[in-house]
Design a binder for this molecule. Structure first.
Ligand code: MG
Length: 384
């Protein structure tokens, strides 16, 4: 059904006709010309939660530049990197595309600051906020597009990938996730998403960090010797070029180096483990998709640098405090006055309790929407 993609699939990839991977909660007849994962991709792409990614902060709000990434453009960058990796490793490209498109769908407004406030607020009720679990609730319950069932009725492989791509959950703590093989490794298609995400955001955050003026180019190069060497090489080749272009070239080369390293290391890992089937992938003691030790060390170093220079930059503190104020106040307001929630959220509160329903309501909002809600509820815009 999927033409040459199917014929080139590695024996350890998720097959297009795998009965378990393609199973849906509500059985549906096969589509005449789209395979199950292409259908899931289209369902994600047409979801309201997917469109809202355009209005959600990745690292920055838009006060710095209109060119900085939103969650939507980040998602599209992850998708293209992940598809390249899947194609070269002969993995299931349609499954990978779907998982990449859906991977950040559970993120609340205001980036990671937003996620932390929701988690803190829920802690008073012995609950927590986790964007992967929220993403699963979105695709299983909140998206309503079909007359016959709630949610998007996605295949098991996609739901498993949503849960397991970036972290391992313990069955004892999450009995509700029993159908997702928590005692086993995820398929390579899901493992791929985590590192495609890393490649996309490390390169993009350095780029956006410098574009915004929060990260200084000279300082970044002083902390990241591999990039400094590449930048010096570019300077030598193009002595008259503008520093921004030299930086673009440096970041582009680095992105290619990350992808090359991931492909080579993963191939070595697959060969060394003697993996021949998806069952073999699942039974491995560790994930097989990985960077080499040298590249992993550079990845960590870059992450540490960005954490200090960008994510914890004092210039972003006002925005973080604003996020805490807005989300915290609205959460407390709606928990105290659940009768003022929209009807759909009141119904959800009956099933999952008021605090969870309020957190799910807030997590779905875009940055602009929650600011309007805050103005409606409090009559003020908060901090200016
Ligand atoms: Mg991401």
């Amino acid at each position: 059904m999927s033409g040459n993609r199917e014929s080139q699939l590695a024996p350890f990839a998720v097959a297009y006709d795998d009965v378990i991977a393609t199973s849906r909660i509500h059985e549906e007849p096969p589509h005449p010309y789209r395979n199950p994962f292409q259908r899931d991709r289209d369902r994600v792409l047409h979801a309201r939660a997917f469109r809202r990614l355009a209005g959600k902060t990745q690292v920055f709000t838009r006060r710095y530049s209109d060119h900085l990434r939103s969650r939507l453009t980040h998602t599209l960058e992850v998708t293209q990197i992940a598809r390249t990796l899947a194609a070269v490793l002969n993995l299931n490209e349609d499954l990978v595309e779907t998982l990449a498109l859906v991977h950040d769908i559970g993120h609340p407004p205001f980036g990671h600051a937003g996620e932390r406030v929701l988690d803190d607020q829920l802690m008073q009720f012995s609950l927590g906020f986790d964007h992967n679990l929220h993403a699963l609730r979105i695709v299983e319950h909140f998206e309503q597009r079909y007359a016959a069932f709630r949610g998007l009725n996605l295949t098991l492989a996609v739901r498993e990938g949503i849960i397991k791509h970036s972290r391992d959950y313990k069955l004892a703590e999450h009995p509700e996730l029993t159908e997702y093989f928590l005692d086993q490794q995820p398929p390579l298609e899901a493992q791929l998403i985590d590192l495609a995400d890393e490649i996309a955001y490390l390169t993009a955050d350095l780029d956006d960090g410098i574009e915004s003026g929060l990260v200084n180019l000279g300082d970044a190069l002083a902390h990241l010797p591999t990039l400094a060497a590449s930048y010096a090489e570019m300077q030598h080749e193009h002595p008259a070029a503008w520093s921004r272009l030299l930086l673009n070239e440096t970041i582009k080369r680095w992105l290619n180096a990350l992808v090359d390293d991931l492909v080579a290391t993963t191939r070595r890992n697959i060969a060394a483990a003697g993996v021949a089937t998806l069952t073999d992938v699942r039974r491995q003691p560790a994930r097989l998709i990985a960077f080499s030790p040298d590249m992993e060390a550079m990845r960590r170093r870059t992450k540490q640098y960005l954490s200090q220079a960008l994510y914890n930059n004092p210039e972003l503190e006002t925005e973080k405090q604003h996020a805490i104020l807005v989300i915290g106040s609205l959460f407390q307001h709606w928990v105290a006055h659940p009768e003022t929630l929209p009807r759909h959220q009141r119904e959800l509160a009956e099933a999952s309790g008021v605090p969870r329903a309020v957190a799910d309501y807030i997590a779905g909002m875009t940055d602009d929407y929650i600011l309007r809600a805050y103005l409606d509820v409090t009559g003020t815009a908060g901090m200016s």
